[in-house]
Design a protein. Structure first.
Length: 148
């Protein structure tokens, strides 16, 4: 009887170990695809993302063109704008924001000034200059220069 109990216990432990080894240990996320943002006016926002942020538009299916606008931000990542925002909100630099690298922070500051885009400029604890500015819906962007 004891041998039988030991055999059954051994089989149960072996089986549960094999079962556990076949179970995924994480979601298996392989990368970032896109970020979707709901906007009040698709045309106004699309113009901002194209002309101010300088993002490359991605073709949208014909049946979605009136309510969607998609942009390539590099490395296979995208921003999707979705029509339909009704509530307004404001983010501050200490809250939600999107951080992007720029090649030359001084040129970025000059560009924003030329286009009358209000921004906040500061120097981070490690000496990196940061510029924060909102899009037409209040989504906040942070620009900073990669350390060379």
């Amino acid at each position: 009887m004891m041998k039988r109990l030991l055999l059954m216990a051994s089989l149960l432990l072996t089986g549960s170990t094999l079962f556990a080894q076949n179970q995924p240990q994480s979601l298996g996320i392989a990368g970032h695809n896109h970020l979707a943002l709901q906007v009040k006016d698709i045309q106004t926002s699309a113009k901002f993302y194209r002309e101010i942020l300088g993002l490359k538009p991605i073709p949208v299916p014909d049946n979605l063109k009136a309510i969607r606008s998609w942009f390539d931000i590099g490395n296979g990542q995208q921003i999707h704008l979705l029509a339909g925002r009704t509530a307004s909100f404001v983010h501050d630099k200490d809250g939600s924001h999107f951080a992007l690298f720029v090649d030359d922070i001084a040129k970025s500051e000059q560009f924003l000034t030329q286009h009358n885009i209000k921004f906040h400029k500061q120097v981070r604890f490690d000496g990196v200059v940061q510029i924060y500015f909102p899009d037409p819906d209040g989504y906040l962007f942070e620009l900073n220069e990669k350390k060379k």
